[in-house]
Design a protein around this ligand. Structure first.
Ligand SMILES: CC(C)=CCC/C(C)=C/CC/C(C)=C/CC/C(C)=C/COC[C@H](O)COP(=O)(O)O
Ligand SMILES: CC(C)=CCC/C(C)=C/CC/C(C)=C/CC/C(C)=C/COP(=O)(O)OP(=O)(O)O
Ligand SMILES: [Mg+2]
Length: 286
């Protein structure tokens, strides 16, 4: 294994797209709290702490999942031999340490959220992932918490708008995590995990996922109605909602494609949050 292949393997362990996406969510949380220009260094620290935490969480997940992934995802860095299991674990520890160091520079509420999240990331795979629905709910909370973390990083920040985004993103993430468990059912069953699809059946799990997503889509105008997001938010979240609903329907026949397309819709919805708030700031500045 060359140094380059190991380096690429370590980068792959972090799931860089998720690192960037979650970091953007934290930035949005600070942005909707109205603190980016007032406290830029706090925002930078919160965004970087999030990115390191997500990278660490993904790396330690692949470390604990190395036997499941030999069945479900053999192309991943550890099962294909690009990174050793203990190399992945050590890498995760370094990333966690960096996240803690940055989080400690933030206000107390942000430190509290980070402490809960970092412990949850360490505990997820070994203690929560195999519990029907609970592991999914924990990942959903973690994704949604980025908005709260970004808002809490701002001393003067108001948490209200971030709380709305917390609920929407947590529900959508819960939907996707259930669909991903349907996709991974073979390896999870081999490992004796009691995920939701294994506990209640694939179609019932997919039905719960679809119902949850419909609820999130119905609630998606709330940022426009109560969190002062501009009309531009509606113009962008509407296609995002359509993509997510189509993906949930698709997942009944093809969970792999469904969960992947659902992620695209979620990313577009995150863009809607940014567009909505920028449009509002611009309208206030004229
Ligand atoms: C209805 C409505 C407006 C919903 C809002 C949806 C929204 C903005 C969701 C946020 C999704 C997002 C950008 C998440 C960040 C990426 C991330 C950390 C996802 C969680 O990763 C866990 C997942 O199981 C990892 O698997 P994979 O993505 O396949 O690597
Ligand atoms: C704000 C702070 C300090 C932290 C936020 C941390 C965040 C946003 C975490 C997002 C969720 C995340 C990265 C969870 C890590 C565990 C993980 C990868 C769960 C999904 O993994 P599996 O259920 O094993 O499925 P796959 O490995 O097949 O994707
Ligand atoms: Mg895994």
């Amino acid at each position: 294994m060359t140094v380059g292949e190991t380096g690429r393997g370590l980068l792959e362990l972090t799931r860089p797209i998720n690192v960037i996406a979650a970091s953007v969510l934290t930035f949005i949380g600070s942005f909707v709290a109205g603190g980016v220009s007032e406290e830029p260094m706090a925002v930078v620290a919160a965004v970087a702490a999030t990115g390191l935490a997500v990278g660490a969480g993904n790396a330690i997940n692949d470390y604990f999942d190395r036997e499941i992934d030999r069945i479900n995802q053999p192309e991943r860095a550890i099962p294909r031999g690009a990174v050793s299991p203990h190399g992945a674990l050590a890498f995760s520890v370094v990333l966690f340490a960096g996240s803690v160091a940055l989080a400690l520079t933030l206000p107390l509420l942000a430190i509290g959220i980070a402490a809960i999240n970092l412990l949850a990331l360490i505990a997820y795979t070994e203690f929560f992932k195999g519990l029907p629905g609970l592991g999914n709910a924990l990942v959903a909370y973690l994704v949604g918490s980025t908005f709260l973390f970004g808002a809490a990083a701002i001393d003067s920040g108001e948490i209200g708008p971030a709380a709305v985004l917390f609920v929407l993103s947590a529900i959508a993430t819960l939907t996707r995590e259930i669909i991903k468990d349907v996709e991974d059912i073979e390896g999870d069953r081999e490992e004796g995990l009691q995920t939701l699809p294994i506990a209640i059946g694939e179609r019932r799990a997919l039905s719960i996922a679809a119902i949850l997503l419909v609820a999130a889509v119905v609630a998606s105008p709330v940022p426009y109605l109560y969190a002062d997001f501009g009309v531009a938010y509606l113009l962008v979240v509407a296609p995002a909602d359509a993509i997510m609903l189509a993906a949930a329907y698709e997942s009944f026949e093809n969970p792999t494609a469904g969960q992947s397309h659902l992620k695209y819709g979620m990313f577009l919805a995150a863009l809607a949050f940014i567009v909505g708030r920028v449009a509002l700031e611009l309208s206030l500045s004229v």
